[in-house]
Structure formats: C-alpha cells, structure tokens
Write a protein that binds this ligand. Structure first.
Ligand SMILES: *Cc1c(COP(=O)(O)O)cnc(C)c1O
Length: 374
C-alpha cells in the first residue's frame, strides 16, 4: 500500500478556468474570478466583505493591521495552533498570550480566557481546530464585556458552522485558508472575512498596498494614492480561477469528506469503548466540515509506535502541532497563561489519519491496518 496523509483533490475544471482567465487577459488580482470567489464567500458566510488573499497567514496579518494594535499589546489565543496565528500579531510587536484548550474539542478553553485578560489585552483569537467551532457565544460575550476584538483563525473551517452560523464570520474578522492541505484549495490561498463597513473599507486599502486603488477603479475617487499602511495581499487571477472550480463543488467535496470521516468514526467506536483510544468529539451545535480525522492514543510512546508501524505498511499518519508556548520563538515572544496541562498532554497523544477524496476505495484496508496497529 502507499497511502499518503494528504492528496490534493482536483475537480477537473481548474485548468479550464485558468484557460478562461488567460483568454480574458487579466492576470493580476481582482478580475472576474476573484470577484466570483469573493461574492460566493460573502453569500455563504454573511460577512460584510470577503477579500481573497494569497494565504490565511496573509489574512491574519491584515487582521492584525486592521485591529490597530501597538507594540506591547496582548492577544489571547491557544498554544495548540499553527505558527501563523501568533506570527501575524508578533509582526506588529504584539505579545501572544497562550491559554489552554478544552479536552473535548481541543479548542481554546473559553472558561480560562477572562482570567488571562490584562490592561493590554486587545483581542481574542479563537482557532477552530479540525473545523469544529470554538464556543463562540461565550467568546463573543467576553469580548463585548471587555471591549476586545475577536479575530477567528478559521483556516480549517470553510463550510463549517456554529449554531447555524458560518465559522469565520461570527467575530469581527476571520481568516480562511485554501492551502492544498485544506478542504477547498488553490495551492496557496486564503481569504479575510470582515464584519462592519469600517473594517471593510480599510481592509480593501491594506490589501492594495495601502492605496485607495479599489475606490479608484470603482470611480469613487479620481486618482489613487497612498492613504494607509498596507502590503500586497492579492492572489493572481490564475489562482482565483483555480479556486473557483473548487468553490463550485464545495458542497460535494464536503459531503464526500464527511462520509469518509463517518466511516472512520464508526470503525473506531469499539476500540474507544475498549479504552484503546479516544475519538474526536463534535458538539451537537457544531456543524463540522470533516477537515481532519484524528485519534488520541494513550501516550507518546504508543503514538510513536503506531505511526512507525503504519508507515511500514505504507500508511502515512502524522502528529500535529508542537505547542507554540514550548517552541523557541513562542518562549521568547509570547507568554503562557498558566501551565497549559491539557495542551501539553494532548499534543503528545494526537495522530491524524489520511483523509482525502479518493481514499474511499482503500479505506476499509486502512482501517484494518489501523485496528491491527492498536
Ligand atoms: C493552515 C493553517 C494556517 C495557515 O494557512 P496558510 O493559508 O498556509 O497561510 C493558519 N492557521 C491554522 C490553524 C491552519 O491550520
């Protein structure tokens, strides 16, 4: 067997769309395909504005600029996340404050957030791990009480919801990823979702190198000029053309991923009952997107043996984040709120299983091997 951990799914329409973009002759950002993708995101999420970016990292960097933070300010986030969640803020001189995660969803433990707030706290950055929503009602209420911004790292959460609301569009801002390891892809790619017209207007400027070029193209100003900080965060039309093929099939892609996820989940119920592992927990009110299927094994030793054994039969399973608070840059640039015992424990026990469209044919054999490895 040779089962990779991830295999990018192509709908078959990507090259056709790229040929269209080529024929249109508009290759820079913000052409027809970019507009189609943005309208799709706005319609799906209800965000005031959706702006395509060249990555989720870029979207988070834009959010950090929009939040108008000063050096020494603090933002609260989980330690169990990707480096970009923290780096986007560190680039502005801001200190990430790491809070422990919930044992069930591995998302930030909302009950610990309030005690991490200081006079310098400006924002909360929930990360929807595996496309399962954080407790957004509680987080939004805390933010409102303390006048903080909520910036969702929804990199893994396209097509997922919390109490019927799309993730990424619940807070003031949210960033999605279309990296090839995510559900809907364009190789590298992302989007920033913003709520409120002030953020929407300024986001457009920050994304266009700090100029009001977008207003100029709409005929709202008669020349364009430098009006704010900013950088170049637009993806090319070629990337948007690829992405549109994927968005067009987002429902099918999600449905098929959910079927693979459910097959795994049913297959490991007995092993969980026997105490060999713990399966993911998806709360009733979270509509997840099957971004990831993971298992929690009893300890690091057994996880290492599990990964090794499966690699020998050609099945590639992988662990995930080194908690940021324990990484060299995290120690230097961030601060931990307490000991983060759940983060430390679960990071050692988690293993992700292959989940990609096309795996269906071989999934029974993959499951057989996994059960044998336990
Ligand atoms: C993938 C991911 C990112 C980064 O996304 P890019 O599009 O590669 O920049 C950020 N945060 C989380 C939680 C992710 O999973």
């Amino acid at each position: 067997m040779n089962i990779p951990f991830n295999k990018p799914y192509m709908t078959g329409k990507e090259l056709w769309n790229i040929a269209q973009a080529h024929a249109n002759g508009h290759l820079a950002g913000d052409g027809t395909f970019t507009k189609q993708c943005s309208r799709w995101l706005e319609a799906r999420t209800g965000a005031t504005k959706a702006l395509l970016t060249h990555s989720c990292t870029a979207g988070l960097e834009m959010a950090a600029m929009l939040a108008d933070l000063s050096p020494g300010d603090e933002v609260i986030m989980p330690s169990y996340t990707f480096v970009s969640t923290a780096n986007a803020f560190v680039l502005r001189g801001v200190v990430p404050v790491f809070v422990d995660i919930r044992r069930d969803t591995l998302n930030i433990d909302e009950t610990l957030i309030e005690s991490a707030i200081t006079g310098r706290t400006r924002a909360i950055v929930p990360v929807h791990y595996a496309g399962v929503g954080c407790e957004m009602d509680a987080i939004m209420a805390i933010a409102q009480r303390h006048q903080l911004l909520v910036i969702e790292d929804a990199a893994q959460a396209v097509m997922a919801g919390y109490r019927g609301r799309p993730l990424g569009a619940i807070g003031h801002m949210g960033a999605l990823s279309f990296h090839e390891t995510k559900n809907i892809i364009s190789g590298e790619g992302g989007a920033l979702l913003v709520n409120g017209t002030d953020f929407a207007e300024r986001a457009e400027i920050i994304r266009e190198k700090g100029t009001n070029r977008s207003q100029f193209f709409r005929g709202q100003v008669d020349k364009y000029t430098w009006v704010d900080v900013g950088s170049s965060y637009l993806p090319s039309e070629l990337v948007a053309a690829f992405l549109w093929a994927q968005m067009d099939e987002a429902e099918t892609i999600t449905r098929r991923r959910l079927a693979i996820w459910d097959t795994y989940h049913n297959a490991f119920a007995e092993a969980e009952a026997a105490g060999l592992l713990r399966r993911p927990v998806v709360p009733e009110h979270c509509g997840h997107n099957a971004h990831m299927y993971y298992l929690l094994l009893p300890d690091l030793g057994r996880r290492t043996a599990f990964i090794d054994r499966l690699r020998k039969v050609g099945i590639n399973c992988v662990f995930h984040y080194i908690p940021l608070h324990s990484a060299p840059a995290g120690k230097r640039l961030g601060r931990s709120h307490g000991e983060l015992p759940v983060t430390v424990e679960l990071a050692d026990r988690l293993v992700r299983l292959p989940l990609w469209l096309g795996l269906e044919d071989q999934q029974d054999e993959v499951i057989r091997q996994i059960l044998a490895a336990l």
